[in-house]
Design a protein around this ligand. Structure first.
Ligand code: C5P
Length: 420
């Protein structure tokens, strides 16, 4: 049976690629009916789109003839899939907001078919928090994404994530969606999301929480880390499209969505899990690893008796996970980020720590009891890099996470663009 695509063309420079998309889809025996936004008609003409699709092109909700002939409800349903390409930042925002003020958005609101979106925009617009929010909302609604890819943009000197997926990639994604037999937004929600976002195709490894170092089977040495900051970083990286491995010590916070979580107790086990998860593009070491463990942890519970002297614990140093990974040449992540929790001279200590541990960046925060950072929801951090120190305003830990992950994504794509 002929597969019927309803293609919504948005107003971006990448609209020209839709001509090729239509041609190739028809070569594969698909039929393509096209709706163009007003802005799209500035980039390609309905005439050329109509010639390639061999169908009438729909351009405006208030075209009364069309409303009488077919109407946006029927238009939206007389296809097997709705594909939006290029999806501009504005079109994504209107979709996420449920707007229906032109034919394209009205069709998208009225459809009961799977929707596949191919975003295309400037990297800064793609990584803007508003676009991130809109993409997350649309994904939660079951909308599928293909791309964007990273690379040179049409604007000179601009590089990064934001290039529209190529026509063949879009066709593959159409095939994948249709072959799953998912015919409605509800059934699509059950289909695992393709990773999309500024970290698509990247692996991010995060350590989080405290470690527990046993004294005996019932007692342990620990610290006050809640895991909130590290878990928020893992969650943000997953939302940005990365494959995320989170190695977590014992915490009360829930496993973040979209991450592979490995639960460990001790520093030794954390190091083992981190090594097993390599290679990674970004390593974020937010865990508050205990510096020491008990040399000979008791196999039996240490008993309190009237005659016995108070037991003394012999401590030995734990492996430094951050340093081990940052100085491991063979499988060092491209970007290694450490944390420095200090109660005094926060920035100075962090600068030293960056060098001594071999990290690229150190996120320093003041954890003096009066700051309420340990276990709290907010954090004031300093980002220490080779270039200097930035002091960020006090923010929610989730916002620190988002800002940090965004910076890391930009750093990777800038470095790669420079290396090309
Ligand atoms: O030396 P300090 O514990 O202050 O360093 C903090 C940074 O080092 C954090 O990024 C922490 O996750 C990491 N670290 C580690 N393994 C250790 C100690 C600290 O990965 N044993």
């Amino acid at each position: 049976m002929t597969q019927r695509i309803l293609l919504v063309i948005g107003g971006g420079i990448a609209a020209y690629k839709c001509l090729d998309l239509i041609r190739r889809a028809r070569e594969r025996g698909m039929s393509v009916r096209v709706v163009m936004t007003k802005a799209a008609t500035e980039f390609v003409t309905p005439l050329s789109v109509g010639a390639l699709s061999n169908e009438r092109v729909f351009t405006d909700l208030f075209d009364l003839d069309d409303e009488r002939e077919i109407g946006h409800i029927r238009l939206s349903r007389s296809s097997d899939i709705v594909v939006v390409a290029p999806a501009t930042a504005d079109l994504l925002a209107r979709m996420a907001g449920g707007h229906a003020n032109d034919l394209a958005t009205a069709v998208l609101m009225a459809t009961d078919k799977p929707v596949l979106v191919a975003p295309a925009m400037n990297p800064r617009m793609w990584t803007h928090p508003a676009t991130r929010r809109n993409v997350a909302l649309l994904q939660a609604d079951g909308i599928r994404f293909v791309g964007p890819n990273s690379g040179e943009m049409a604007e000179r000197g601009e590089a990064g994530p934001g290039r529209m997926a190529e026509p063949l990639e879009i066709l593959d994604a159409i095939g994948a969606v249709l072959s799953r037999g998912a015919t409605s937004a509800a059934s699509l929600a059950a289909v695992p999301q393709m990773h999309v976002g500024p970290l698509s195709g990247r692996h991010v490894l995060v350590t989080s929480g405290p470690t527990h170092e046993p004294i005996d089977p019932v007692r342990y040495i620990a610290n006050r880390s809640s895991g909130k900051q590290g878990h928020a970083i893992a969650a943000a990286a997953a939302r940005f499209g990365a494959r995320v491995t989170l190695v977590s010590g014992p915490v009360a916070v829930a496993d973040p969505d979209g991450c592979t979580v490995i639960h460990v107790e001790t520093a030794a086990k954390m190091l083992e899990a981190v090594k097993a998860a390599l290679p990674a593009d970004i390593g974020v070491f937010a865990a508050a690893v205990a510096d020491w463990r008990v040399a000979n942890a008791g196999v039996e519970k240490i008993k309190k008796t009237a005659t016995q002297r108070t037991p003394s614990l012999e401590l030995v140093e734990n492996p430094d996970i951050l340093r081990t990974i940052a100085t491991n040449r063979a499988q060092r992540p491209s970007l290694v980020i450490g944390f420095a929790a200090e109660t005094e001279d926060v920035v100075e200590h962090a600068k030293k720590k960056r060098k001594s541990k071999g990290a690229d960046w150190v996120v320093a925060n003041d954890v003096s009891p009066e700051t309420n950072v340990m276990g709290g929801e907010r954090n004031t951090v300093h980002l220490v890099t080779a270039k200097g120190v930035e002091t960020w305003p006090e923010m929610l830990k989730t916002d620190v996470a988002e800002a940090l992950v965004m910076r890391a994504a930009e750093h990777l794509s800038r470095n790669e663009a420079a290396a090309e």
